[in-house]
Design a protein around this ligand. Structure first.
Ligand SMILES: Cc1cc2nc3c(=O)[nH]c(=O)nc-3n(C[C@H](O)[C@H](O)[C@H](O)COP(=O)(O)OP(=O)(O)OC[C@H]3O[C@@H](n4cnc5c(N)ncnc54)[C@H](O)[C@@H]3O)c2cc1C
Length: 389
């Protein structure tokens, strides 16, 4: 048997490790479009951008694992009938099992196309380039107030830059956390001097060959030579067209990572697994989710046995010194209650009186012990009483 893993990021590496852990004796070939060995992305907008870390390579001995890593190579076509993957150098790889772990790529805006000074942050190269640019210019405009945008704004501020954050919704993270959570994050940013500009978007980009400034829809003019687009990510799956691997918002998978093609599996940001707690397919972009899914798929391919992964999604984000941690499916349309255990803030989300999610602000101790309450959809009054005790 031979296993081919497409994508040499967190999901690809963790899958290879799980394959070996579960006794897979067969050759594993891992193909990665980047020139780097697998590395970690969460530090890119945190320690790397703040200048305290330059290298986030994930600790792993690929030779010891018996993984043939092909970096700087992209998969460009898949023939599931012949069980072959085509690479961008024209070569083909045969497989008996194939794991797709290709992540996602940042969205951009046509108005910024081809201009110098426009950044996204998905790769270590992006992060190092942005850090150099911000250290030089001491000025940054972040367009888009999702987690990446907020973390970039905070880290650039810590580098001493003057930072504007532009968000088309009323405030950063409004779409993710709802108004109460997004106000808390806005306060964190504003207290540290980030100029948060909500309810407005980019009307015009000025500059010839390089960004010189932005005019916002509310008429504000912002001079800057450096802009970060934090507009979310989408999986790049065009190369799978016609292969029999069904895609939509991500690669369509069952609850253990099987795609619609035989012996083809998918994990991580690229994959939309059926999620038992949600009762539908969801594509998550969380570090822990990738690790959990890779463990399931590695074992399934190695042994033929598969268990559904942990049922409560978890993610974290660092904005300045505040660690935001979320358990469950956070839906801004749910009821939101504010609890203050031990002087920390925990947002408690509920629907029809049942707990759906928790978001803590530097409140790890209070949030993490309630994982089973989220899984069981505990009565929200009980959860609020626990947090008040
Ligand atoms: C800046 C940043 C900060 C983050 N912070 C947090 C955080 O604080 N908390 C949290 O929970 N999560 C965070 N995440 C999310 C987390 O890092 C991702 O969920 C995780 O990296 C996804 O792993 P993956 O293996 O699915 O994809 P990736 O890590 O993106 O790896 C996919 C790899 O596949 C390669 N590839 C793509 N297409 C092909 C192809 N056709 N052929 C070959 N190779 C290909 C890509 O180049 C890439 O190297 C962050 C992500 C980013 C970018």
């Amino acid at each position: 048997m031979s296993v081919v893993v497409i994508g040499a990021g967190l999901g690809g590496l963790r899958t290879a490790e799980a394959l070996r852990r579960h006794g897979c004796p067969d050759p594993i070939t891992m193909v990665g479009a980047e020139s780097h060995a697998p590395y970690d992305r969460p530090p890119l907008t945190k320690a790397v951008l703040r200048g305290t870390v330059d290298d986030t390579t994930l600790p792993a001995d690929l030779a010891e694992l018996g993984v043939d890593l092909r970096t700087g190579r992209r998969a460009t076509g898949l023939d599931t009938a012949r069980r072959r993957v085509r690479l961008d150098d024209g070569t083909e790889l045969g497989y008996e099992s194939l794991v797709l772990a290709t992540g996602a790529v940042p969205r951009t805006l046509p108005a910024f196309a081809g201009l110098d000074g426009v950044h996204v942050v998905r790769t270590i190269d992006d992060a190092l380039r942005l850090r150099t640019a911000v250290e030089r210019s001491r000025r940054l405009v972040v367009v888009g107030g999702g987690f990446v945008g907020c973390e970039v704004a905070a880290s650039a501020r810590l580098l001493g830059a003057e930072v504007d954050l532009v968000e088309v919704l009323p405030a950063p993270l409004a779409r993710v956390l709802g108004p109460i959570g997004s106000q808390l994050v806005t306060d964190l940013l504003v207290e540290q001097g980030v100029h948060v500009r909500g309810n407005t978007g980019v009307a015009e980009v000025t500059g010839d060959g390089a960004v010189a400034g932005l005019r916002l829809q509310d008429g504000t003019e912002l001079a800057t030579t450096e802009v970060v687009l934090g507009l979310g990510v989408v999986p790049d799956l065009d190369w799978l067209a016609g292969s029999g691997v069904e895609t939509g918002d991500g690669i369509v998978c069952d609850a253990v990572g099987r795609t619609t093609a035989p012996d083809v599996w998918a994990v991580g940001d690229a994959a939309a697994w059926h999620h038992p707690l949600a009762g539908r397919r969801v594509r998550l972009e969380h570090w822990t989710n990738v690790v959990d899914q890779a463990a399931v798929v590695g074992r399934a391919v190695a042994t033929g046995e598969a268990d559904e992964p942990a049922d409560v999604p978890y993610f974290w984000s660092d904005v300045f010194d505040t660690k935001i941690q979320a358990l469950g499916f956070v839906d801004p349309a749910d009821d939101v209650h504010v609890a203050s255990p031990g002087g920390r803030t925990v947002l408690v989300y509920s629907r029809s009186g049942r707990l759906t999610a928790l978001v803590g602000f530097s409140a790890a101790r209070h949030v993490m012990r309630l994982r089973s309450a989220v899984a069981d959809r505990a009565p929200v009054e009980e959860v609020l009483a626990l947090l008040a005790a």
